[in-house]
Design a binder for this molecule. Sequence first.
Ligand code: PMP
Length: 340
Amino acid sequence: MPIMPSVIDAIGNTPLIRLNAVSEATGCEILGKAEFMNPGQSVKDRAALYIIKDAIQTGALKPGGTIVEGTAGNTGIGLALIANALGYRCVIVIPETQSQEKKDMLRLAGAQLVEVPAVPYRNPNNYVKLSQRLAEQLNETEPHGAIWANQFDNVANRQAHIETTAPEIWSQTGGEVDGFICAVGTGGTLAGTAEGLRIRQPKVRIGIADPEGAALYSYYKTGELKAEGSSITEGIGQGRITGNLEGLEVDEAHQIADKDALPFVFDLLEKEGLCLGGSSAINIAGAVAMAKSMGPGHRIVTVLCDYGNRYQSKMFNPEFLASKDLPVPSWLGRKVEMTI
Ligand code: PMP
């Protein structure tokens, strides 16, 4: 690997890791793209970089300007780090329900946080809409102006995955990839990677893994956006067709319950040393469902979106899990007795 001129150049080119237990159980090779190895420790660094580069190119983002975004956390972490590296300011509007670890990381990265109540998208005070209004206000008052990153509808997000994630998967697998599946937050990862892979191999099977409480499973099955249930996962679970999802066709859709997904992540940590967040659990459960529908002998790629330490106080907390009636892994909180 060459010397990198800046941390920005370390975004992308993440490893593709074989997930052994699920591969053996399904007879398929299930591979995870290790996006937690990006500098901001999530898949969203790619979108953040493309959004900022695009805003610089169009002239919307002026030197010293402010980047404003509504984010569940990971996009904000990426934006904040890249903003520091390139000399911009970053202001993040975040629903207060998001994990403390992500909020702490955002502050650590120098972002200014505006925590707001979590309300549905149709409410005018939804965090995404508030971030747009804040960007408009700051554009008037900040000396170098402000832009709204708009990750949900700004297709620079999807472009990042068309131009980086998909070609990386293609070259890492030597073009031998039968299926790709992941969950949707903005849809940039799924739609962009699907497009980039289909350009190279039109027959590659594309699937969506939707958590409970999201409306896309119903949309791709019946054409109707309908949500039921809820999920403790963060950063995924979409209720509308975002700009980044427009035009996407999927070959299969799966709805995945937390109680079925989380054990994959608990087992991966205990038996394979991989520490992942909740959206990765939905993705891996989706890959297993795709393996079952395709049959043995196929190679399926999914996304390991972020690292588990971002959720230590929630999905790796026995009390929190028990309070949500979710399975608690036996190794969590295991104690050693020592006589001194
Ligand atoms: N997992 C996590 C942890 C995320 O933060 C996000 C982004 N919100 C996603 C998955 C989904 O990625 P995308 O926005 O590209 O659909």
